[in-house]
Design a protein around this ligand. Structure first.
Ligand code: SAM
Length: 289
């Protein structure tokens, strides 16, 4: 009961601080629209996430919200008002905008009712110390935002620890990538590193580095992944793993295929591998029960 009154009160408080915006020329709106371009995401060190659920998840996971944008239709909606109050409480700005402005920000005809602008966050490679049965995924020069977002979502779903982006990659904070993560961008630690930095870090990795390769000598089902950290290394969509990264792997694994397709899609191959790695770990857990 008291919680209910508390949030109502918070909601009203936030409402007093909401800026109403209907003009596309508004500088705050222009700054948010600019986040569609990597150049501006980098200079503002920010990115955009769409949808009330995503924004709530992000706040629950401690991400810093800079601006909350919501459609007029959201006024009076208790969940929207609560998020608005949390934004104000953490020093962020709240904008109530017209449908036209929201469509322009999201570049969509039927935009979500809520959009959040958050500070970007990457983990430094030196802070990644896999232990026990931890699983990390390293992606070599991933190009496609849909693939990256899907891999982030899959890493989250399988309970792996995070992702290391190696070399020149698509931006994890692009609108397309964030959309494809379905909110997992806020739950999965992501690091971005050069090939050299990755190879140096890999030397200190006390576990199994499993690369996947169309010419891999080993069937992925024949490996025991249990009992040690695993780093799964996946190759670029067009070229696969380059020689230096392939040479850094303890094993190069192949997923046998039938039919005429040359290869699996990168995100699909990552999903197959991650659930196989987890299956090994679950079998081990079951054996001890
Ligand atoms: N033309 C690329 C090549 O020659 O490697 C195809 C790359 S594939 C689209 C992207 C990545 O997914 C590969 O580098 C590999 O890591 C993984 N992959 C896809 N199919 C695979 C398979 N059947 N076995 C092992 N890895 C696979």
């Amino acid at each position: 009961m008291s919680n209910h009154h508390g949030s109502e009160h918070q909601g009203r408080r936030a409402v007093g601080q909401v800026k109403e915006v209907t003009s596309l020329a508004n500088p705050l709106v222009k700054d948010i629209k600019a986040l569609a371009l990597k150049k501006f995401r980098d200079s503002q060190n920010a990115f955009m996430a769409e949808g009330l659920k995503l924004v709530i998840d992000a706040l629950d996971l401690g991400w810093e919200i800079r601006t909350l944008v919501f459609a007029k239709a959201g006024r009076g909606n208790p969940a929207v008002e609560k998020v608005a109050a949390r934004t104000v409480a953490s020093g962020g700005t709240v904008l109530e905008v017209s449908e036209k402005v929201l469509s322009a920000i999201t570049r969509r005809d039927n935009p979500q009712m809520v959009v959040g602008v958050f500070s970007q966050r990457l983990v430094p490679l030196k802070d990644i110390h896999p232990k026990g049965g931890d699983v990390w995924v390293a992606l070599d020069r991933v190009r496609d935002p849909g693939n990256l977002g899907t891999v982030i979502r899959t890493v989250d779903a399988v309970g792996a620890k995070g992702i290391i982006l190696v070399g020149d990659t698509t931006d994890p904070f692009s609108v397309e990538t964030v959309r494809a993560t379905m909110g997992s961008i806020f739950a999965v630690p992501v690091a971005k590193v050069s090939v050299e930095a990755f190879l140096a870090w890999r030397k200190g990795f006390a576990g199994l580095v499993a690369g996947t390769h169309l010419k891999g000598a080993v069937d992925y089902r024949s490996v025991d992944f249990s009992g040690r950290p695993v780093l799964l290394l996946m190759g670029n969509e067009q070229q696969g793993l380059p020689d230096d990264l392939a040479a850094s792997c303890d094993r190069l694994l192949r997923i046998p295929q039938a039919g005429r397709a040359d290869s699996l899609n990168l995100a699909v191959a990552t999903g197959v591998m991650l659930f196989e790695i987890r299956r090994g770990a679950l079998k081990l857990e079951a054996a001890f029960q």
